[in-house]
Design a protein around this ligand. Structure first.
Ligand code: PMV
Length: 332
């Protein structure tokens, strides 16, 4: 006899980190060297349905709209299902169907939204009712940045020194500040080195220890600028932080070059637009697609400027968003 609770669907946003996570102090537990701060994104979304069913002979993972190589591989998903099964003390196999409304593997953090949605859907389908903190810990074990996609709005991942103390919290709700993240998609090309693999090289950069020695101070300043809503100071710090993370990537051994010519062109233009009076800052993760952060009042102008660039294939406008949530409608 099948139980209704064995099927659940969750929707989760991707997030953009203002203070980045790049480097782990414990590989297996995905404990980051430093804490990080991000904002959930209203228009970069993963929807995932999980069903545990005694009739299934093996785990089956299907990605809709994404037949290409994706950063969230099947093996990693099954390992995550195993974590949840062991927690729920069940052995039943599952069917997982997942869809993104944006391209994966191009720097838009599909593993964050993917593992946040999978964690919520699978734990509920397995009959678990976990508190938010526990969900963030579980999501972190799937993909570090996924823990920040569970709570609402602006979130902080506390680095911690054990699995129980490394979790994410909401520091401000989505409507706290009307800033906008405008994503420019410049190519469908998948990154050659995944974040998981790339992160293992962080310590090989000669600048890593310098970065880590100053990062807590940076977190303090970013939180202060958020608290007083000083957009200029906030934007300058966010942009400098993205460049610093890429400096670590570029100077690791072997080096990692995620910034592509199209991204670089936009980075230069952002600096030019600022001199023309349009306040906007860039940030980017592992991949060529780039995020532009501005205030709501400048959203229309930045959108127009971006749409005039021939390399820009698609523009996605994001507001601060709620975190992962359950849906009543299933994908199958
Ligand atoms: O969670 P992962 O393994 O996909 O790593 C995310 C790394 C960055 O996106 C580059 C930084 C961040 O904090 O999101």
């Amino acid at each position: 006899m099948k139980n209704e609770y064995m099927k659940a669907t969750a929707l989760a946003p991707s997030n953009i980190a203002f203070i980045k996570y790049w480097g782990k102090k414990n590989e297996d537990l995905r404990l980051p060297v430093n804490g990080s701060i991000s904002m959930n994104l209203s228009n970069l979304l993963t929807t995932t349905t999980v069903e545990f069913d005694p009739d299934y002979k093996k785990d089956d993972v299907i990605f809709i709209n994404d037949d290409l190589d994706h950063s969230v591989g099947e093996k990693r998903i099954i390992t995550h299902l195993d974590r949840i099964r062991s927690r729920a003390q069940i052995k039943v196999k599952a069917k997982v169907v997942s869809k993104n409304n944006f391209p994966s593997g191009t720097g838009l953090s599909s593993s964050a939204s993917g593992f946040a949605a999978l964690t919520l859907a699978a734990s509920r389908a397995a009959g678990l009712h976990l508190f938010e903190k526990e969900l963030t810990i579980l999501a972190r074990l799937g993909s570090g940045s996924a823990c920040r996609s569970i709570p609402d709005g602006f979130t902080e991942w506390l680095s911690g020194n054990s699995s129980e103390t490394s979790y994410a919290i909401s520091i401000y709700p989505p409507d706290y500040w009307d800033i906008v993240d405008i994503v420019a998609i410049v190519s469908d090309d998948k990154k050659e080195v995944s974040s998981t693999e790339g992160q293992k090289l962080a310590d090989s950069s000669a600048f890593a220890s310098l970065r880590f020695s100053k990062i807590n101070n940076k977190i303090k300043f970013l939180k202060q600028y958020l608290r007083v809503k000083n957009f200029t100071k906030f934007g300058e710090l966010v942009e400098a932080e993205a460049l610093e993370m890429h400096a670590i990537m570029m100077t690791s051994i072997p080096s990692l070059l995620y910034i592509m010519p199209e991204s670089l062109k936009i980075m230069h233009l952002v600096k030019k637009w600022r001199t023309e009076g349009y306040e906007v800052y860039f940030t980017l993760n592992t991949g060529q697609d780039i995020h532009l952060i501005c205030q709501e009042k400048n959203r229309g102008k930045i959108y127009q400027l971006l749409s005039e660039i021939s390399e820009v294939k698609q523009i996605i406008v994001n507001k601060p968003s709620k975190g992962a949530r359950l849906l009543n409608e299933h994908l199958f």
